[in-house]
Design a protein around this ligand. Sequence first.
Ligand SMILES: Cc1cc2nc3c(=O)[nH]c(=O)nc-3n(C[C@H](O)[C@H](O)[C@H](O)COP(=O)(O)OP(=O)(O)OC[C@H]3O[C@@H](n4cnc5c(N)ncnc54)[C@H](O)[C@@H]3O)c2cc1C
Length: 372
Amino acid sequence: MDRVVIVGGGVLGTMHAVMARSRGMDVVHLEREVGPRGASVRNFGLVWVSGRAPGLELALAQRARTLWQELGERVPAAGFRADGSLTLASDDSELGLLKEAAAMPDASERGFELLDPDAAAEVNPALRGDFVGALWCRRDAIVEPRAVLAAFRDYLGAPQDGARYHWHPSKEAVEIAPHAVRDHVGNWHRGDLVVLCTGAWHTGIAGPHLAGYERPPVRRVRLQMLQTEPYAGRLTTSVADGDSLRYYPAFDLPGRAALAPQAPAAAAAAAQLLLVQRLDGSLTIGDTHSYTEPFDFDVDELPYDHLRARAEQLLGTQLPPTRRRWSGIYSQVTGSELYHRSQVAPGVILVTGPGGRGMTCSPAIAEETFAT
Ligand SMILES: Cc1cc2nc3c(=O)[nH]c(=O)nc-3n(C[C@H](O)[C@H](O)[C@H](O)COP(=O)(O)OP(=O)(O)OC[C@H]3O[C@@H](n4cnc5c(N)ncnc54)[C@H](O)[C@@H]3O)c2cc1C
């Protein structure tokens, strides 16, 4: 394979470009916006191994984590840091579940260790609030979502290499043919392989290929997020609250059934607290989940009040003011596979639907494309 055309400048498209170039292929990369505006620039930047289901999902995330580390060393502007995470229990039912997780057969592979509050505060001295224990996951990591994509495009377009990587922003792919796509101004882009990484746009060129199944293979999920002004302290890990134990498959253990009810504001928004410090000191805080369309076009204040209060309770201090709020939508497979891959025409494949693990798993998903 000599030449690949990639549609979509999000993290899946960008990682396909990276993996194709590292195998010596020429890459043509189309993005319909001036710069990517999708889920990849709206997320936490969490490379999240801790919550993955044992087996294939964990293996994909672990491979991706290894690749992120290698890529982060090659492209420092991506902001990769192997900071690990702490999931904090606020009551005995959450602590019981953390204990079960720390005893799972693959706990050491994830870098799990159960900590009491003093030990957790030694790992992350910013944690001076109320919690009864913590699960440390040393394998979790962070990248900078608003910097990653441009950092890799700069790397791919560097003078020694740039003639073989062609970035075409503001070019929407509107038609597919064998081994080719046409953009909205009428140019055809041909390659040995065309990879559509069009994210949560389930209409457009991907639309006809996602329709016609008895059950749609992907659905869309909307999340709300916020970012504060810079925080005076330094968080040495990312942080999750006990509500996260309800959502991640790794924690589907007997203790989950014994969890105390969620706070009403969290339950109403299917919220969990995830907290990541950005390189400028600000804190990215989220998230909520809505699964039913049509999605709201405005953001709802109630879950923000809950998430800010929960973060303040765990940090034991007031948060800086909110700088910005936004929502984002990701594409998520509805079946048991880890992401959606289908051939939509000879020499044209569609890769989407990694859901809330897309930032984490993107390098390994792209690697699988070129391994097949
Ligand atoms: C709020 C939020 C928080 C998240 N947090 C995390 C996290 O911390 N860790 C994690 O692992 N995952 C996280 N995720 C999930 C992750 O962000 C996504 O799975 C991932 O970004 C999907 O990448 P993508 O490239 O498929 O999609 P996108 O980033 O949406 O990119 C798709 C791109 O394709 C372009 N496009 C679409 N159609 C066309 C066309 N016809 N022609 C040209 N271009 C086109 C779009 O403009 C867009 O730029 C989060 C998601 C959200 C929304």
